[in-house]
Design a protein around this ligand. Structure first.
Ligand SMILES: CC(=O)SCCNC(=O)CCNC(=O)[C@H](O)C(C)(C)COP(=O)(O)OP(=O)(O)OC[C@H]1O[C@@H](n2cnc3c(N)ncnc32)[C@H](O)[C@@H]1OP(=O)(O)O
Ligand SMILES: O=CC(=O)O
Ligand SMILES: [Mg+2]
Length: 362
């Protein structure tokens, strides 16, 4: 364990000083593209400014034969795309590198940091098992940043997609001041846990509770009864949110693989939003709008939150608003909404116009 005094010292001579606070940049949609796919890569320049994060994916979903082309493709996209990545860019540039135990992970990091480190905002590390993985990446990034002469630290995002990573979630979040956030990786996590599912995220109709029978007679037991599907991911997301909140970093839902089912996708995203996640992955262009819509508070909720802030005056005591009690604690929830609306208004003029138009709804 590092001493608290050393925690914010650079891990290599000449590396930038670690941040004390993770910047709250909007990241409602982390849009994945395969930089080795010319059609996808060609679409990236036009997406800048209309999606919060573009992520060049080098790991799963990129064919083994294309791994080097994907890495090189990402270097070219980053160099050739105006406004992509860097502290003041409208669209952040992230990458998902190959796993640390793969034949490509080391070269992904060394190439990307030395070639496009000034544009790269966040490195997503898959299949993180524990703090030791983050410590390894932390030191390596510091060495590479020093070598590349970078003046701001690249942040690290871990995917929660192994049972061991899940058990170690708190120590992963706290392993480095670079830790920006966590995403749920439901596909790998399901496999690692030996869950009996075959989907990429989302719910499952078999995971349900059933209404009690009227009696224990065979006829009543066999009779049609109401069932309600439950959320397979509730425990995992809730635990991830707590671990992130505890460490001042950001939780995200991950992939929703049923691209055609835009309705269930929106439901899954909204569950994550309500539980505290700040964003999600987008695998297909049509998921970007869903993510932006869901992870931006509804104007009506922002209006209500503003009314509570107004009614609460100095922030203490209790007031009645529309028949409901509001106090210091509900005020804090409302401030989360109002602050998020302000952050998003700064980057999304259309949303700002809707928030401005509704005011306090009065
Ligand atoms: C479990 C995990 O690890 S999830 C994360 C890893 N997976 C990914 O990153 C998947 C990323 N997405 C994809 O590979 C693709 O979207 C797929 C395979 C899901 C669907 O691809 P397609 O069948 O080609 O979709 P579709 O035909 O609807 O595409 C329409 C257009 O959008 C483009 N497109 C599709 N996905 C993307 C994307 N993610 N980014 C940019 N453009 C895209 C297609 O190239 C196509 O372009 P065209 O009109 O010029 O031909
Ligand atoms: O990488 C994502 C996952 O679900 O696995
Ligand atoms: Mg995965």
């Amino acid at each position: 364990m590092r001493s608290a005094k050393d925690f914010f010292a650079p891990l290599a001579v000449g590396a930038p000083t670690p941040l004390r606070e993770i910047p709250t940049r909007p990241s409602r949609a982390i849009h994945f593209f395969d930089p080795s796919n010319p059609k996808m890569a060609a679409k990236v320049p036009d997406m800048v400014g209309s999606v919060d994060v573009l992520l060049g994916n080098l790991e799963d979903a990129v064919k083994a034969d294309n791994k080097l082309a994907a890495r090189q493709g990402l270097v070219e996209v980053a160099r050739g795309t105006e406004g992509l990545g860097g502290p003041d860019s409208p669209t952040q540039l992230w990458t998902r590198v190959n796993a640390l135990d793969s034949p490509w992970g080391l070269d992904d990091l060394t190439t990307l940091v030395t070639e496009i480190g000034d544009r790269l905002d966040v490195v997503m590390v898959p299949k993180v098992q524990g703090a030791e993985d983050i410590h390894y990446v932390d030191r390596l990034l510091a060495q590479l940043e020093a070598k590349a002469g970078l003046d701001r630290p690249i942040l690290v995002h871990a995917i929660l997609e192994t049972a061991r990573g899940m058990v170690n979630v708190e120590e992963i979040c706290g392993a480095s001041p670079r830790m920006q956030g966590l995403s749920l990786g439901p596909a790998d996590l399901a496999a690692d846990r030996r869950m009996k599912t075959t989907r990429v995220g989302g719910g499952h109709p078999g995971y349900l509770v059933r209404q009690d029978p009227l009696s224990s007679s065979p006829e009543d037991v066999a009779r049609e009864r109401a069932t309600h599907q439950q959320d397979l991911w509730h425990y995992t997301i809730a635990r991830m949110v707590d671990a992130c909140a505890m460490h001042g970093i950001f939780p995200y839902y991950g992939p929703f693989g049923d691209i055609a089912d835009v309705v269930a996708c929106e439901d899954q995203f909204r569950n994550a939003f309500l539980l505290g996640c700040v964003g999600t992955w987008s695998l297909h262009p049509k998921q970007i709008a869903i993510a932006h819509r869901v992870f931006s508070p509804a104007p009506e909720d922002v209006a209500h939150a503003r009314r509570v802030v107004e009614a609460m005056g100095d922030g203490t005591g209790a007031v009645m608003l529309d028949g409901k009690m509001e106090d210091d604690a509900s005020l804090k929830q409302c401030l989360v909404m109002v602050e998020l609306a302000e952050q998003l208004s700064a980057v999304d003029p259309e949303l700002k116009q809707r928030y401005d138009a509704i005011g306090t709804g009065a």
